[in-house]
Write a protein that binds this ligand. Structure first.
Ligand code: GLP
Length: 644
């Protein structure tokens, strides 16, 4: 790593405020990349590595400035993204004596209309995630006030800008990125020069926050946010992003021209801005998506398939119709030379894709399985479907579950978490009211009536977002469980084949603040040891590490490793972007009737975990892509990749 320096012109405070910036070394590969990437970007194996790197920079910054008698002004962000970074700062404070006594902070934003004590206020978030663990004086902390009356908002925003200026400007601004590409809450349409102000939240942003607020209607409609101009005034900017769900917007911000539609793209014209992202979040960058356009390529099987299918899509042709010129014109001359001709290459990829299609997801008994995704033996198989939250498995693989059952396999579904946070208050209230009413008809049901009153009181007392008392949480879990049982029954899986693990990380936490422990891994390991699966279906491998899906996957992965289980393992996409044809290792086709069945199973859930794929639109889309590539035309396809 080399240390670069900020340009003097941008540094209002003179030499003392010049900050080191760790940049990746310049290499030939990097300069190729720079044709595409307009913001310096460091890709890390995982978010803890990135968080450590950034926290070390912050430590150096604070200490350098302290050495010349200056305070450090940090701009801070909320959301799940910076959490590992805050944990590392806390560790540096506790274990390496890093003091924050002379650090001043300004948070990017705050929801409008909520008290600072509200469990989802950004003020509270910062207390819970960082401030209460470090020695920063309360007077040095600034978070926009979400409770100022409407007619005082303008003045409050101006005062926030003035306070930043009085502190000497922000030395380092930490940023996350929303799915709409926003920084802070600068939703699409925010201009480059915008300043701190009140803003209406976009629908996508509110949907993303719905889990935190336990339903969309609870999410505030407005927020106060630093403007893009305010943010760009910081002397350094570090934007972090994790997980595949951020990949598309990250690529857009880094590679496409600056635009008000994606406020993070404005970092392109800042002299000292950098993205720190993990591998899944980097997956849509040209260097990873179309590496043959960027530099020399290792033509392994995956890259070869990706290149041919990309070419077919770009040329709008089925694979078997691609010709030599098309390969040459799109930077794939080298691949063609290795393969001999387009003809050979086309046939080989066509066959590969053809071999991903199977109506036998558990393997076809007594068939030659050389070119089939799943082995024929053993038959029947013990197939374990692992769902982080009830409904994940239905959204992604209801059709496959039905096939497995129908073909005689022993299918078991493990629900890792109860999904209680997904059950609306109204569902629990309805249940309690029925109990209460019933007890008024018959004698001897006093205990039932007391229970019903307790539930109704708990709903009332906690309000829309308060912590759930144990009884209420348990009732909500049971309601979700009932829905999961109905959905499974619709596919022919009986209740005794369902395992509800209620992993403790979920039971003891809230969205974006979950913490995995050994108890989670142990519970998962016990289930695996008992069932001894021949085949496992799981999800969450590329998800944002703070999500239920990512943590549940981690618990499963650790448990598998602990037991040294070697069975065939498949990944479904769950809440992550659907697989592209080049990523698919097993494609299970569905007839129109099977798709209807799937949708009916999904509809057993009153509240959905995501608005995506409720009508099987992802499955229809992938079938259409297969069709366009020259494969048979199916109604829908459920796709899986191998878990290596
Ligand atoms: C909110 C915050 C942003 C944050 C974004 C992403 O919109 N205002 O500052 O970057 O959420 O959140 P997360 O990090 O949880 O993905």
């Amino acid at each position: 790593m080399t240390l670069a320096r900020v340009s003097m012109a941008h540094n209002a405070l003179g030499p003392a405020a010049i900050q080191p910036l760790i940049r990746p070394p310049m290499t030939a590969e990097k300069s190729h990349r720079e044709q595409f990437e307009r913001i310096p970007t460091s890709v890390y194996k995982n978010n803890s590595e990135a968080a450590q790197m950034l926290a070390a920079e912050v430590k150096a910054l604070i200490e350098d400035r302290r050495a010349v008698g200056r305070r450090t002004v940090l701009g801070l962000a909320t959301g799940s993204t910076p959490v590992p970074f805050y944990r590392e700062l806390i560790r540096l404070h506790r274990e390496e004596g890093l003091s924050f006594a002379d650090v001043v902070t300004f948070n990017l934003d705050e929801y409008y209309g909520i008290e600072s004590s509200h469990p989802e206020s950004y003020f509270r978030f910062m207390q819970d995630q960082l401030f209460s663990y470090i020695d920063i004086p309360a007077a040095n902390i600034h978070v926009p006030d979400g409770t100022v009356p409407m007619d005082g908002v303008f003045a409050a925003c101006q005062a926030y800008e003035d306070a930043i200026a009085q502190a000497g400007g922000i030395d380092l601004q930490i940023l996350g990125i929303g799915r709409t590409g926003h920084i802070g809450f600068n939703e699409p349409g925010s201009t480059r020069n915008s300043r701190t102000r009140l803003i209406a939240l976009d629908r996508v942003t509110r949907l993303d926050a719905a889990a935190d607020f336990l339903s969309e209607e609870n999410v505030p409609r407005f927020a106060i946010t630093m403007g893009v101009g305010t943010i760009l005034d910081a002397r350094r900017l570090a934007l972090m992003a994790w997980g595949e769900n951020k990949a598309t917007i990250v690529a857009q911000a880094i590679e496409e021209p600056e635009t008000e539609v994606v406020s993070a793209s404005f970092l392109q014209s800042h002299p000292n801005a950098r993205f720190l992202i993990d591998e899944p979040a980097a997956s849509a960058l040209t260097r990873n998506r179309l590496p043959w356009l960027v530099g020399p390529v290792d033509w392994d099987a995956a890259t070869r398939r990706r290149a041919v299918l990309w070419l077919a899509r770009t040329a709008k042709k089925p694979v078997l119709k691609l010709v030599d010129e098309e390969y040459n014109h799109r930077g794939m001359g080298e691949l063609l030379t290795r393969e001999g001709s387009a003809y050979n290459l086309n046939i080989s990829i066509f066959n590969e894709l053809q071999h991903t299609i199977t109506g036998w997801p558990g393997g076809k008994p007594e068939a030659d399985d050389t070119n089939r995704p799943e082995k024929a033996d053993p038959f029947p198989k013990r197939a374990l479907v692992v769902a982080p939250e009830p409904e994940d498995e239905m959204l992604s693989m209801a059709g496959t579950i039905e096939r497995l059952v129908e073909q005689g396999h022993d299918v078991r579904i493990v629900y890792q978490t109860s999904g209680s946070l997904r059950t609306p208050d109204a569902a629990a209230a309805k249940f309690a009211r029925i109990l209460l009413e019933q007890s008024s008809f018959a004698t001897g049901l006093e205990a039932q009536a007391d229970y019903a009153r307790l539930i109704l009181r708990q709903i009332d007392e906690k309000g829309p977002f308060g912590e759930h008392p144990a009884e209420l949480r348990q009732l909500k879990a049971l309601i979700r469980r009932g829905e999961a049982q109905d959905a499974a029954a619709a596919l022919g899986v009986s209740p005794d084949r369902l395992v509800f693990l209620d992993l403790p990380f979920y039971e003891n936490g809230r969205y974006r603040r979950f913490r995995l422990t050994d108890a989670d891994t142990d519970a998962m390991a016990a289930t695996l040891a008992e069932f001894q699966p021949d085949q496992v279906f799981a999800t969450g491998h590329l998800a944002d590490p703070s999500t239920v899906q990512a943590l549940a996957f981690k618990a499963l992965d650790r448990a598998m490793q602990k037991l040294g289980l070697t069975c065939s393992r498949w990944l479904y996409r769950g809440h992550q972007p659907p697989l592209k044809p080049y990523e698919v290792d097993m494609a299970v086709p569905m007839s129109p009737a099977q798709l209807e069945f799937k949708v009916a199973a999904i509809n057993k859930f009153q509240a959905h975990t995501t608005p995506d794929n409720l009508t099987g639109e992802h499955n229809i889309a992938i079938a259409a892509q297969y069709d366009e590539l020259g494969m048979a035309e199916y109604e829908a396809i459920e796709a899986f990749e191998r878990w290596a």
